[in-house]
Design a binder for this molecule. Structure first.
Ligand code: DAH
Length: 356
């Protein structure tokens, strides 16, 4: 059978049900039609089994049409039942609860971004957005990573097949939100104070249970006179308590990034074992959620003088701190979430999404 023949058959089933429903007069008749069309031995089931006869190359497309047909059949029955109850009753029970229309809600990742934005706005940060397809210069070069610098290998980059600019270099899909740092300095004409929170999509060539090719990061940047590591640590502690709840602590460990000096990795204390690594006071039972008492979320550090210079800011006059983490990673560490496959967030599966 060809895909077109199959699609015609599917359309015919929908049409037949439509016609049959115009003749159905009672609730029972509609319910019988439901069984005949959508039941285990119904028309839809029989048709869906025939998909095996469709050539392999067309199967994916046809699968979507098949799903669509099912939804159409279901909503025909649903609305027939709804009209039935309203038209056949000779009296109206005004106290009966109404039929609730199905409402969607914000995607969990959008919810997380709103929450993060709100937390930082409380302490004077401004949410900004910068291009998600950007020049090599903003993504790497201005961040103290000259062309062919080995540190670039950290980011498995998608390059865009577009003409190269002499100064800006190639176009890339942003591998991190750090591209916003020098862009923000430019937006403010190199005049601190800067308190930026940049949340955007990022892209890397990676895909497994804890990585997706597209994900989100949020990047903080603060530049002013006299900014020190203490300001960074204070901001991290504030975020930890606001986002994960009172008592959550932050910890910074020495690390290396090209665009910060010194650089750190940032951890937050585990909400299950409260940073101890154990579930009991005798320290016999290890916490399985974190193993060490802490969860690593991302990087941070004091803005490298070369980055300030790239943004036209005098590093002898100003200092700053920056941090950048994954939104999905930060979010899935929240109490009660314990999500073991990050890809679920992008599955579009309502059974998953309606839980948030
Ligand atoms: N851009 C880094 C990454 O994606 C994370 C990062 C580290 C951002 C240190 C920062 C920073 O702003 O200071 O891996």
């Amino acid at each position: 059978m060809t895909a077109t023949e199959y699609t015609n058959k599917l359309q015919e089933v929908v049409k037949n049900l439509q016609e049959a429903l115009t003749k159905a007069e009672t609730n029972q008749e509609i319910t019988e039609l439901k069984t005949a069309y959508l039941g285990k031995k119904g028309h839809f089931k029989a048709l869906s089994q025939q998909i095996k006869d469709i050539p392999r190359t067309e199967k994916k497309e046809i699968g979507a049409v098949l799903n669509d047909t099912k939804t159409q059949l279901e909503s025909l029955i649903e609305s027939a039942l709804a009209t039935q109850t309203t038209t056949t009753q000779s009296w109206v029970d005004l106290t009966a609860p109404g039929v609730k229309p199905k409402l969607g809600h914000m995607h969990p990742v959008s919810q997380a971004m709103e929450e993060i934005t709100h937390i930082f706005e409380q302490i004077g940060f401004t949410r900004v957005r910068y291009p998600e397809v950007d020049w090599d210069w903003y993504v790497f070069e201005a961040l103290n990573m000259p062309k062919s610098h080995p540190a670039r290998d950290e980011w498995e980059t998608f390059f865009v097949d577009a003409p190269t600019d002499e100064k800006m270099g190639k176009m890339v899909l942003t591998t991190h939100t750090s591209n916003g740092q020098v862009r923000e300095m430019e937006r403010l004409n190199s005049k601190p104070p800067i308190r930026m929170i940049n949340i955007a999509r990022c892209y890397r060539r990676q895909q497994d249970a804890t990585h997706t090719q597209m994900f989100h990061q949020f990047e903080g940047l603060v530049v002013d006179k006299g900014i020190t590591i203490q300001h960074l640590k204070g901001t991290l502690d504030y975020f930890a308590e606001q986002f994960y709840g009172p008592g959550t602590k932050s910890r910074i460990r020495p690390f290396h990034f090209q665009f910060t000096e010194p650089s750190f990795e940032v951890d937050f204390s585990c909400h299950i074992c409260h940073g101890t690594g154990y579930l009991d006071t005798k320290e016999e039972q290890k916490c399985r959620f974190c193993k060490s008492g802490w969860h690593e979320v991302g990087g941070a550090g004091m803005v490298h003088p070369n980055v300030l210079k790239a943004g036209g800011i005098d590093p002898d006059e100003y200092t700053g701190f920056a941090f950048g983490w994954g939104v999905e990673r930060t979010y899935t560490l929240k109490e009660g979430l314990n999500l073991d496959d990050i890809r679920l967030l992008y599955s579009g599966d309502l059974r998953f999404l309606t839980q948030f």
